[in-house]
Design a protein around this ligand. Structure first.
Ligand code: ZN
Length: 399
């Protein structure tokens, strides 16, 4: 839904001359000659008009200022209404036929991983693995454990805030903030409750992703196993990172942030449109600043998702000392393969070696060694490794 409105607002900012309000001279209309008068009686009125302008310079300037101001407001209102229409359109589509809408979004997301083309050069829809395929089963086993860990993570966030609020000594001035956080985490818990599904895409590009447009679904490319030879600990790290983006609302926030950028740019262009020079200069200067902001924004998101991902891995009893090694594998795999068509997990995640170093450092504190729930699981896995079986068995809890 948000994506739709985002593309609309982007189109807006890309073609400002098309959407830019051409005449909003409400303030000037009373004193300036109309277009008709201008064209019909051009020669006669022009001299009068120029003379009037010269004599009333201050007035003209303030009228112009008011015009700019109104134009700015109108552009903003126009942008907002288009944004909300887009959002409402998406919502009504979901209300009419939620299954069809979900399927359409799912197909779009799968299609974004297309790497083969047919005879006519069109990208081919990638093959999806059946739920009984061994790779699908493996993704599902690791994925369900990560989802469980994510729930435990959110429940801990809720519990710590509830404890703060029930403590009479907790300062009144901080209560509002903590109550807001509590509500936010409760909403997240609702979002991740229920059955999760896994879509395994047959594509050599090492990639996994989630989207808030496609709730309770995790998309995984087979490239994580064929190209990267991911272990279960590494797969857990990738999935934990992706699910953390959802928990922190990063995808949502990114759309909102993009929308804000588009709005600012649109406003900017509409105010400075009388001379092409300013538009050019303004966009150039402005664009450099915006993209820098967007870049640092996404970097801080990645760091946050990395840390939460590591916590989720430890809550799911995965080895946090081994998981981060996926980054060196990504570095190695990313080297030679330049004509790949679909973006890999690495592209949206800069500086993998820095991240691996940081995560290795954090894993000294964030690990499952002190989690009594994990002891049985770890022992079983280690036993399995000793016996030369690299398979993990799914055990049920006995209490
Ligand atoms: Zn990420």
């Amino acid at each position: 839904m948000l994506q739709l409105s985002r593309s609309l607002s982007r189109n807006l900012s890309r073609s400002p001359q098309f959407y830019r309000p051409t005449h909003l001279n409400l303030a000037t209309r009373a004193v300036a000659p109309s277009n008709k008068a201008k064209s019909g009686l051009l020669s006669r009125t022009r001299t009068n008009w120029e003379a009037w302008k010269k004599a009333n310079r201050k007035k003209v300037l303030s009228i112009r200022g008011a015009g700019f101001f109104l134009r700015g407001i109108r552009t903003f209102v126009l942008g907002m209404s288009i944004y909300h229409t887009g959002k409402a359109m998406g919502t009504s589509e979901f209300a009419r036929d939620p299954r069809a809408a979900e399927k359409r979004i799912r197909n779009q997301l799968v299609m974004s991983q297309a790497f083969e083309t047919d005879e006519s050069g069109k990208p081919k829809f990638p093959r999806l693995l059946g739920t009984l395929h061994p790779t699908h089963v493996r993704v599902e086993i690791v994925g369900q454990r990560i989802v469980k860990g994510a729930r435990a993570f959110v429940e801990a966030k809720i519990a710590s805030r509830e404890a703060k609020l029930s403590d009479p000594a907790f300062p009144v001035s901080d209560r509002g903030r903590v109550e807001g956080e509590l509500k936010g985490w409760r909403d997240k818990l609702k979002m991740i409750k229920g059955n999760w599904h896994f879509v395994v895409i047959d594509s050599p590009v090492p990639q996994a992703f989630v989207s808030d447009l496609s709730p309770r679904k995790i998309y995984v490319n087979t490239g994580l196993f064929s190209t990267l030879k991911c272990s279960n600990d590494e797969l857990a790290m990738v999935l934990g990172h992706e699910i953390s983006h959802l928990l922190h609302g990063h995808t949502e926030a990114r759309y909102m942030y993009q929308f804000e950028l588009d709005m600012i740019q649109l406003l900017f262009l509409s105010m400075l449109d009388s001379t092409g020079v300013f538009t050019l200069l303004g966009t150039w200067l402005g664009w450099g600043w915006f993209s820098k902001q967007a870049y640092t924004y996404s970097r801080s998101n990645e760091t946050e998702a990395d840390e939460t991902g590591l916590k989720i891995c430890s809550l799911s009893c995965y080895d946090t000392h081994r998981g981060p090694r996926v980054f060196s594998k990504l570095m190695k795999a990313g080297g030679g393969d330049e004509d790949k068509r679909a973006p890999s997990w690495n592209d949206s995640h800069p500086l993998p070696m820095d991240r691996e170093r940081k995560l290795m450092e954090q894993s000294k504190l964030i690990n499952c060694d002190n989690n009594p729930k994990c002891h049985g699981v770890l022992e079983r896995i280690l036993k399995g490794r000793r016996e030369g079986k690299n398979k993990e068995h799914h055990h049920h809890h006995h209490h």
